[in-house]
Design a binder for this molecule. Sequence first.
Ligand SMILES: NC(=O)c1ccc[n+]([C@@H]2O[C@H](COP(=O)([O-])OP(=O)(O)OC[C@H]3O[C@@H](n4cnc5c(N)ncnc54)[C@H](OP(=O)(O)O)[C@@H]3O)[C@@H](O)[C@H]2O)c1
Length: 252
Amino acid sequence: MIANLLKDKVVLITGASSGIGKQTAVFFSQQGAKVIVTGRNQERLADTVSQLQGDKHFSLCSNLDSADDVEQLIKTAVTQMGPIDGVVHCAGVQKTLPLKVLKENHFDDIFNANVKSAQFLAKSISRKGRFNPQGSSLIFLSSVAAICGEPAISTYAASKAALQGLSKSLALELARLKVRVNCIAPGHVQTEMAKEFSQQLTSEQYMAIADKHPLGLGTPEDIAHAAAFLTSDMARWVTGTTLYVDGGYSAH
Ligand SMILES: NC(=O)c1ccc[n+]([C@@H]2O[C@H](COP(=O)([O-])OP(=O)(O)OC[C@H]3O[C@@H](n4cnc5c(N)ncnc54)[C@H](OP(=O)(O)O)[C@@H]3O)[C@@H](O)[C@H]2O)c1
């Protein structure tokens, strides 16, 4: 593996109090990045900070459901660390909601956390002086659910498909600013979110999902590695695309 792939890059990682975001923060710090970690749970965020390599990092508690809070987060992050080289937007929620139990507020909650947050992160970060004019990267965490149906997760699937549409249009709009915008679409990765999801399935249903991954289930490290590539200068010509990191799930 290349060492110091992200040397001195300032990277904001959302959802860093858990799962994929937490592991991405740890890996990025090992690769030389200065990371700003954000999440809602202060205690879990402090645990992430304690695992980071180096000492130029800091954490900010923030709820990304509101555009005002997103703007405040970016403003504070830039004031503390200077222009940002990358954002890995891992914050998100997944709920199993068959149509018969789905309510309007479920839809709003999922779209606010998963899609509105991404849209307003892009808006706030793209203001002058907030990103590195030599080139910067925005990554949204989509999902294989965007293109492969599973019952009872239609709202979540729609929100993850929305991120792919969002990233393509933003890639075109922000190319002149040298801001690249991409998605990573993971398959089933063993995290808190995946644990909650699997607890709602029978063991047969869970095995059926596991069996759809020819290379087995994923780990948060698998996603962190893909995010490091997309954030690095090696991906300088990559924008408007989705990288499927799913052990072959979407190849079916
Ligand atoms: N795990 C999988 O199998 C899988 C598969 C495909 C896609 N993904 C996507 O990958 C991303 C990370 O998933 P994960 O498995 O690591 O999930 P996770 O372990 O449940 O972590 C979710 C993170 O999002 C944060 N978050 C949720 N709502 C938020 C809000 N309104 N404002 C700010 N932060 C918020 C949580 O913060 P607090 O804990 O501090 O509240 C937590 O840090 C998600 O977007 C998910 O949809 C995951």
